[in-house]
Every structure is written in structure tokens, then in C-alpha cells.
Write a protein that binds this ligand. Structure first.
Ligand SMILES: Nc1nc2c(c(=O)[nH]1)N[C@H]1C(S)=C(S)[C@@H](COP(=O)(O)O)O[C@H]1N2
Ligand SMILES: [Mo]
Length: 440
């Protein structure tokens, strides 16, 4: 309350300046934390840091909302103040649109558990798009409004308003008693010269232009690639992963009729490739799959033996906890239920632990979760062998849970008695990963 009164006691201009610089700092910090969050590398060694960083990013976002709340009662007066400055008005509208868009999509992503996956997907797209546009704009804004550039502009204005000293001295020297005709001629000639001396654009606006062009060159290509991927719902990058698969698994798995016909109609959307290690490469010469632990019949398979197990086909959606989804994937594989039944789960077993061939990533389900009908040890997607980027040759699919449960490069299943916390769960993700189930 005290500080609120203090805030209102300040002059309008002072408050405006304070909001402006707070906003600048918070946008800068949001940019840095946001960009670091989007870097794949921090999924590895810095995994736990990632969860903390996301929390920090959310707090900063809330601070940005608070600034907008403080600014709201001032907006009318501010708008009137800058009535004559079209650039400033345009800047204000643009910046407010950016901040509101970031905040609205950010709140959805923050509260993803209470939101339908489709909305999360849209929010992530908007959040990313605004970042691609807004961050270069903020950099441009910072450069073009920098003190240094402002000083350049002032110097130029001062120079322009000064009389051309050299020219008048010269005129006085050469023609101390000029005829009227000569004076008129001289004035006309000087006007031509003066016009030639006038720069078509000022130095300051030239520097602004250079900064703008450099920024477009710097981010343009990456932005274009992002746009192409983000708005392509036909899974073109998925097709690319299939075409460039580094795994050598022979023979390739022969798809069942439903799989070959792609009964789901083809996955809608693109997967983002996530890994906490280098992407591993597998060959059927050495690849093995095993189920062990508290089971009556532990078993290990090589690729050829593994392919002899009975498979089924299912169509399901795939949701990542960071907001993106891929819809209607046609998966073919061995239902986990079937594997568990064949292995003979012992009464003491309570959890099913999954091991990735990357030797780092693990996750687990309770036995009752693991017996869900749609949980699959998948070998094909949309009729094609799962490529290494997407977790092939074999990955787990748990459609109704966030995809951090869907272990890529699955090679081991172990029945255990005590609960196991997976890679991301240890680093702060919720062990309860049901999609859309809100748990406050
Ligand atoms: N081995 C392994 N499995 C993993 C992950 C991983 O990093 N390593 N990431 C998980 C997460 S968080 C998601 S969203 C999905 C991503 O699958 P994709 O890379 O095929 O899109 O894989 C899950 N399984
Ligand atoms: Mo994820």
C-alpha cells in the first residue's frame, strides 16, 4: 500500500520512464530465458536447470503482466501525449500487441494441464511466432533509440540549422561590392550547391536502415525455416527423418495391412526431436530387446526374433508437455499388455521400468497404468519403420500421457517392486503424466 501511494505520487513522466525501463529489462530477461529453454542441449546435462529456468521464465512473464496492469490506467493520457508522433504511436500499438500476445499464450502454456491440447498447440505457435517477430524488433528498437544514435541525430540537426559559414565567407571575399545582377546569380548558384550538399537521408536514418537490414539478414533464414516447419501440418519433416534414417535394421519390418494403408490418414503435425544424449544409431547385428525383473519368463530377442512377435495397429495422438501435439499417428507394434502377459508378471511386481538404448533415459508406469489397452511398443509409424530421430527402431507409445513417458530407443523392460522416477520426473516433471488431468 505504502509503495503504491509512493508510485502514484511520482510525476506521470517519471512513472512512464520507470515502466519503460522495467519493461525493457524484463523483456530482455524473458528473451534470454526463453531462448535458453528452446535450446535442445539443455535437455542433457542441464536437465534439472531447465525446469528451474522454466519456472523463472513464468515468474518474469507474470512480472511483465504486472507492468501492463500498472500501465493500463496511464494509457489514455500517454496516447494523447504522443498524438503528433506517428512513429511512437505505431511503436506503442505494436509493443502492446506483442506483450499481450506473449502473455496470453504464455498463460495457456503455463496452465497447460487445464487446457485442451489443441489450444496448447496454438498457444505455442503464437508464443514462438511473436518471439521471432518481437525479439528482432526489440533489438532494432533498442538500437534506433540508443543514446548514441540520438546524439548523432542532434548533431545533424544542429549542423543543418547553422548557416553555411564557409560559403558566406567565400562570397564576402570574392564580391565585396557585387552588382545586383551578380548577387542574384550567386544566390541561385549557391542554392543549387546547397541542395547538392543536402544528404538524401540523414546519417542516423541510414544507420537505422543498416541495423534493420542486418537484423533481417541475421534472423530471416532461420525464421523462414521455422515458419515452414510450424505451419506445415502434413508432417514433411517426419518424412525427411524416414528418408534419412541412420539405423540399419535388416530385414525391415513388413507393415500389416492397416498400417500399410495408414488407416489414420497420416499423422497431422510435426514432431520436435527431443533427446538428452546424442541421437543413437542402431544396427540389427547388435540390437537386442529384453524383458526381465519380477517375471516368470525373462526373455531377450534379437531383431529377427523380435519381428516375429504378433503386432497390432492403432491410431492415436501424441502430446508433449511443452505444448505441441501430433494427431492421428498410425502406430504398429506390440501392445505392452501382451508382452507383460507373455512374460508372466509376478505378484510382487508393482511398477514397469523402461530403459532406453541411449543408456541415460528411463521412465516407469505403475502396473495398472502399464496394462492400458493403447500402450504400445511401437515399430512402425504411418506404415514406415520408426526412424532413429523419432526413437526407432522401437519406442514406447503412451498416448494418454505426456510424451516424456514415451521412451525412445526402447530396449529394456524391467518389472520392479519400488516406484522409479524417470529422467524428467527426477528433474521436476510430474510423475503423474495423464494428459489434461489437472492436479493443482
Ligand atoms: N530416450 C528418450 N526418450 C524420450 C525423450 C528423450 O529425450 N530421450 N524425450 C521425451 C519427450 S519429453 C518427448 S516430448 C518425446 C519426443 O519424441 P520425439 O523426439 O520423437 O518428437 O520423447 C520422449 N522420450
Ligand atoms: Mo516432451
Amino acid at each position: 500500500m505504502e509503495s503504491k501511494r509512493g508510485w502514484l505520487k511520482q510525476s506521470f513522466g517519471k512513472r512512464l520512464n520507470a515502466l519503460h525501463s522495467w519493461n525493457a529489462w524484463i523483456v530482455l530477461l524473458l528473451t534470454v530465458t526463453g531462448i535458453v529453454l528452446s535450446i535442445g542441449a539443455i535437455r542433457g546435462d542441464l536437465g534439472a536447470f531447465r525446469v528451474t529456468l522454466k519456472q523463472l521464465h513464468i515468474y518474469l512473464g507474470l512480472a511483465s503482466v504486472l507492468l501492463m496492469v500498472l500501465y493500463a490506467p496511464m494509457i489514455r493520457k500517454h496516447w494523447r501525449q504522443i498524438r503528433a508522433r506517428r512513429n511512437q504511436r505505431a511503436n506503442l500499438v505494436f509493443v502492446l500487441a506483442l506483450l499481450i500476445g506473449w502473455a496470453a499464450s504464455g498463460v495457456i502454456l503455463w496452465q497447460f494441464r487445464h487446457m485442451p491440447p489443441g489450444l496448447n498447440n496454438a498457444a505455442l505457435l503464437v508464443h514462438d511466432l511473436l518471439t521471432w517477430v518481437g525479439v528482432p524488433y526489440a533489438v532494432y528498437h533498442a538500437i534506433s533509440r540508443s543514446r548514441w544514435l540520438k546524439r548523432q541525430q542532434r548533431l545533424e540537426q544542429a549542423a543543418a540549422s547553422r548557416p553555411p559559414a564557409a560559403a558566406s565567407v567565400a562570397a564576402a571575399d570574392i564580391a565585396p561590392v557585387a552588382s545586383e545582377h551578380a548577387t542574384a546569380g550567386r544566390t541561385a548558384a549557391q542554392a543549387v550547391i546547397d541542395a547538392l550538399k543536402e544528404l538524401p537521408i540523414t546519417r542516423a536514418s541510414f544507420l537505422r536502415l543498416v541495423a534493420g537490414v542486418l537484423l533481417v539478414i541475421a534472423v530471416g533464414p532461420a525464421f523462414y525455416r521455422w515458419i515452414k516447419g510450424a505451419f506445415d501440418t502434413g508432417g514433411s519433416s517426419t518424412a525427411e527423418y524416414v528418408a534419412n534414417d541412420g539405423n540399419r535394421m535388416l530385414p525391415p519390418p513388413a507393415p500389416l495391412p492397416d498400417s500399410a494403408a495408414v488407416v489414420g490418414g497420416g499423422a497431422k503435425g510435426n514432431f520436435r526431436i527431443y533427446t538428452v544424449t546424442e541421437i543413437p544409431t542402431f544396427s540389427s547385428d547388435t540390437w537386442k530387446f529384453a524383458i526381465s525383473g519380477l517375471v516368470d519368463k525373462p526373455n531377450a530377442w534379437n531383431w529377427e526374433q523380435f519381428l516375429q512377435m504378433k503386432r497390432t495397429v492403432q491410431v492415436s495422438d501424441f502430446h508433449c508437455v511443452t505444448g505441441w501435439s501430433v494427431y492421428q499417428c498410425t502406430w504398429e507394434g506390440i501392445p505392452l499388455k501382451q508382452l507383460l502377459a507373455a512374460a508372466g508378471v509376478q505378484a510382487s511386481a508393482k511398477y514397469v521400468k523402461f530403459y532406453s538404448g541411449d543408456k541415460v533415459y528411463t521412465d516407469a508406469l505403475s502396473l495398472s497404468q502399464a496394462n492400458g489397452d493403447d500402450i504400445m511398443v511401437a515399430v512402425l509409424m504411418d506404415g514406415k519403420p520408426i526412424p532413429q530421430q523419432l526413437g526407432g527402431p522401437v519406442r514406447l507409445i503412451v498416448p494418454q500421457m505426456y510424451a516424456y513417458k514415451s521412451v525412445k530407443w526402447l530396449q529394456g523392460i524391467e518389472l520392479i517392486e519400488k516406484e522409479h522416477m524417470g529422467y524428467w520426473e527426477v528433474r521436476g516433471y510430474d510423475n503423474d503424466a495423464w494428459v489434461g488431468k489437472s492436479n493443482a
